[in-house]
Design a protein around this ligand. Structure first.
Ligand code: ACO
Length: 446
């Protein structure tokens, strides 16, 4: 299709013409901004699968071709040559940093690694059984209370302190995540070290004990850094759209990313990486290499977790990179015989050659192999989605910035097609009870 300049919607023999917006990669969007005013109609798009809610310059995905680029740079190049912190800078500020910018940014992230000492007490209020995602969301919002000058809900003021807030969140999300793990396991909190990089510091805060300093193998640190990098942004997914939605009402960065964590938690989104491991364990227990699971997925009884994607109708490029990394790390750790890796390979082979999955274009997504790597590193399963959240922080920050910096940005407020009752009159309790005497325990004012 050549680039159309306009599109026509015909309603009751009347044509309504709308302009077409064209993205830098040829994306076409019918701009229906004047639709309701001119026709009284709205569009209906369940799950928003056909709706561009914004213009954004952060990430490009071509789901048919399996292409993912952050700020124009292909994901495989970044995975090969960059680091999570450099990529975070790229995503947040739009360009790869110079040496000086990189040094200043890393220093700022490092300087911010500790949380306010009194925040430690907040952890004491949570039961040990608390899911780490609940703690993370609550604590990120609480963090704003310690920095009121950065969380004023006044866009101009919050933008003035943005650089500090961004580095602070990027750094402290990792510290809070590690603290939630330590709390859950009744272990003392471990302070970050000044001489360690981002991912190594996280592993240090997770696994060092007062009597034993933890030193990860370089390949382990690199694998975790890669997982963070591959999760750093993914345009308008469920959690990022949530962050933009909250930001559109003028809420500060801390409140917005805290909402993003909650949105990420669900099993159809970031929670899928935990469910993949349950699935692989279940298959191991079955001992049938996944045939029963695949049949149940085809019968619509359950979903093959870590498979399928709203946007990718091809192999998720992140899954491809993680599949290779998985083999590499497991070899380094002497765990290349991990039965779950073998099951994942067999399951993938079965699924990608099965007509059900071929017809629906269902391929492994980013969550399919990440859990196996995390397990080999020693990260417990209930922390997998937390790891995703740490990785996604640069994306959430960049999208909050896009919303806050756009002078034309509007509050996001979708319409609906109302399907409830039409108008009806209120009836008293006596009328609703067919005239029975009032129950005074229920109706003190009756
Ligand atoms: N297993 C089996 N069938 C599937 C799967 C799956 N994982 N995913 C989609 N399908 C089927 C659906 O049953 C449907 O079949 P039908 O046309 O016969 O009704 C068809 O494929 C289309 O599915 P939708 O639900 O319409 O696709 P949608 O784009 O809404 O969903 C989603 C995408 C949520 C990711 C889905 O593929 C899924 O549930 N996957 C498993 C969970 C998962 O791995 N989530 C992580 C996604 S990546 C991320 O968020 C980081």
């Amino acid at each position: 299709m050549s680039n159309p300049e306009s599109a026509v919607i015909r309603i009751d023999n009347e044509n309504h013409v709308f302009p077409v917006r064209v993205g830098t990669q040829g994306d076409l969007g019918i701009d229906i901004g004047s639709l309701r005013a001119s026709t009284k109609c709205v569009t209906y798009d369940d799950g928003l699968a056909n709706t561009a809610a914004c213009e954004s310059a952060v990430t490009f995905i071509d789901g048919e071709k399996g292409i993912l680029r952050y700020r124009g740079y292909p994901i495989d190049q970044l995975a090969e040559s960059s680091t999570f912190i450099e990529t975070a800078y790229l995503i947040i500020y739009g360009e790869l940093p110079t040496r000086q910018q990189m040094s200043a940014f890393s220093q700022k992230v490092l300087r911010n690694a500790n949380v306010h000492e009194s925040m430690r007490h907040l952890f004491e209020g949570f039961p040990n059984s608390s899911p780490p995602m609940a703690i993370l969301s609550a604590l990120l919002n609480s963090l704003g209370c310690y920095y009121p000058e950065m969380a004023s809900n006044n866009r101009e003021r919050d933008l003035q302190t943005f650089d500090e807030a961004a580095a602070l969140l990027l750094s402290k999300v990792r510290t809070i995540a590690a603290m939630s793990y330590r709390m859950k396991h009744g272990r003392p909190f471990i302070y970050p070290r000044r001489d360690l990089g981002y991912s190594q510091n996280f592993l240090h805060m997770m696994f060092t004990e007062p009597y034993h300093e933890y030193y990860p193998h370089d390949d382990v640190t690199k694998a975790l850094d890669l997982i963070f990098l591959l999760h750093a942004d993914h345009e308008q997914n469920c959690s990022t759209s949530t962050v933009r939605m909250v930001a559109s009402g003028g809420a500060n960065l801390f409140a917005s990313v805290s909402a993003g964590v909650s949105a990420l938690w669900g099993p159809l989104h970031g929670g899928a990486n935990m469910q993949v491991m349950d699935m692989l364990e279940e298959i191991r227990h079955d001992g049938d290499n996944g045939s029963r699971f695949i049949e149940q997925a085809k019968d619509g009884k359950r979903r093959l977790m870590g498979f399928g994607h709203r946007v990718y109708k091809n192999y998720d490029p992140r899954a491809k990179i993680l599949k290779e990394a998985c083999t590499r790390v497991l070899k380094t750790l002497g765990a290349e015989d991990d039965p779950l890796l073998e099951i994942a390979h067999v399951l993938e082979e079965k699924a990608i050659h099965d007509p059900y999955f071929i017809e629906r274009k269902l391929y492994p997504n980013v969550d399919f192999y990440s859990g196996i790597i995390l397990r080999a590193i020693g990260i417990p399963q209930d922390m997998y989605t937390v790891i995703f959240a740490i990785g996604r922080m640069p994306g959430w920050i960049a999208h909050w910035k896009e919303v806050a910096e756009n002078p034309k940005s509007k509050i996001q407020r979708p319409r609906q097609i109302y399907t409830g009752h039409t108008e009806r009159n209120y009836q008293t309790m006596r009328e609703r009870s067919n005239g029975a005497a009032p129950d005074h325990t229920l109706e003190p004012h009756a």
